[in-house]
Design a binder for this molecule. Structure first.
Ligand code: ARG
Ligand code: ZN
Length: 426
């Protein structure tokens, strides 16, 4: 008996040791608040010199005093990073003690489990699953859904847009929605799927979506950055950019939301390929950017609303992000997002901040929303969905339905306003 016990202990020694040291040896996400300029500088250094992934802000450049930094710290740099924080007395706490557990929750496929109450739309899906879903959605709804191939990614994956159209009214206008421009923002593609499913299920049942679809077609690009998205499923959950190779460096990827031709690569973007906000070699240098830009250029007379879905931080943004100047219809756009944010607060008790991108977060040139606006799509928006930093990019599947429903409410509010404005006699 004793011998058996000893054998058991020996066999599980590595496991027991691992659990004993779990807080020291696991990946973590830290929330860090620098209080002095010296601490800011140390933190900028830490996030660039060590193997970490900055969650918030998007680039070390934006780290400033008294503002929370969310930093993903992998196990192997944990000790060094924590030593440095301690040495310089930088305030920090553990935001996520076990991000890997959350990643496991996000990637677990419980579709085979009959006890699971979550539906297909309340889970995250791999790129392969999403391609499969696109195909099935078209086959199941041959009268309303068309699939359009608008181009392909750097690694030659197809970029499919779903066109939802319930009638052939002459001079019909349209709304464009893209998701997944940033690879790690998984709630974004989940929203595109949610939106399609909701539209198909509630047309002629819900008054708002019926009114919207009767008056406009909707073009939906569920995954704008398929290479990056695939990479977050297979290799690095924290990846943001696309996966193109860059001349003269090993660093991979361009920030597709800095690659559009709107004050391209000015302050708020970087010409350094190794940064997370690399603008690319020239505007529209990336095949993903070019495909979207070409499609919108050839449909600019019918597309009235441009909408790009991101996460996280709960914001409803509109142009400009590339300059502090106001657009010509600034107050109109402000009114629309304000109404949307109020509705979200009333129905879902969740706070969304709103305003022009540059004034609400930071200068970020080369974004798709600004480019679409300059093309002539005057109702142009970027939504940042849940959450505000509790889980960050690792939002558990159980939160998908609320995150999508509140974003849907904002989309409806804005689309209905545009329908109303368009129908009003001139
Ligand atoms: N978090 C987004 C980004 O950094 C904000 C997008 C706002 N719009 C923009 N054009 N930058 O890309
Ligand atoms: Zn984003």
């Amino acid at each position: 008996m004793k011998a058996l016990l000893i054998l058991f202990v020996l066999m599980n020694l590595d496991k027991l040791l691992k659990t004993a040291h779990c807080t020291e040896t696991q990946d973590q996400v830290l929330s860090i608040t620098p209080k002095t300029q010296e601490q800011v500088d140390i933190l900028k250094n830490v996030s660039t010199q060590y193997e970490t992934a900055l969650w918030q802000p998007v680039s070390p450049h934006y780290i400033k005093e008294d503002t929370q930094v969310h930093l993903f710290v992998p196990a192997n740099s944990s000790e060094t990073v924590k030593d440095l924080l301690q040495r310089y007395a930088i305030t920090h706490e553990v935001l996520l003690a076990n991000p890997n557990e959350l990643i496991e929750m996000q990637t677990r496929n419980d579709s085979g489990d009959p006890r699971s109450s979550s539906t297909f739309y309340e889970r995250y899906h791999s790129l392969e699953d999403i391609y499969f879903w696109i195909n099935r959605t078209q086959q199941d709804n041959p009268d309303t859904v068309k699939v359009i191939l608008i181009g392909s990614s750097f690694e030659k994956r197809p970029l499919y847009v779903l066109k939802l159209s319930v009638n052939n009214r002459p001079n019909k206008k349209a709304m464009w929605i893209d998701c997944g421009i940033h690879a790690r923002e998984w709630i974004s593609p989940a929203f595109c799927l949610w939106f399609v499913q909701y539209s198909l299920s509630f047309y002629q049942l819900n008054e708002d979506i019926t009114n919207i679809l009767d008056n406009m077609d909707v073009y939906i690009l569920p995954v704008l950055n398929p290479d990056g998205y695939h990479y977050t499923w297979t290799t690095n959950r924290m990846w943001r950019k696309n996966r193109s190779t860059n001349r003269g460096t090993k660093c991979i990827g361009v920030d597709l939301n800095r690659n559009f031709d709107a004050n391209w690569c000015t302050e708020g973007a970087s010409d350094q390929p190794c940064t997370e906000i690399y603008c690319g070699a020239f505007p529209e240098s990336e095949p993903e950017t070019q495909a979207v830009a070409d499609f919108l250029r050839s449909h600019k007379d019918i597309v009235q609303i441009y909408l790009s879905i991101h996460s996280y931080s709960q914001m409803l943004l509109f142009p400009y992000s590339c300059t502090l100047e106001e657009t010509e219809n600034h107050s109109e756009l402000l009114e629309m997002v304000q109404e949307a944010a109020q509705k979200i607060q009333r129905h879902y008790r969740n706070i969304y901040t709103y305003g022009s991108g540059a004034k609400t977060i930071y200068l970020a040139p080369g974004g798709s929303d600004d480019w679409a606006y300059k093309l002539g799509i005057k109702y142009s928006f970027t939504f940042e969905l849940q959450d505000r930093g509790r889980y960050g990019f690792l939002l558990p599947p159980s939160h998908i339905s609320k995150a999508c429903n509140e974003a849907l409410l904002a989309v409806k509010t804005i689309a209905l306003k545009v329908v109303e404005k368009t129908q009003a006699p001139a």
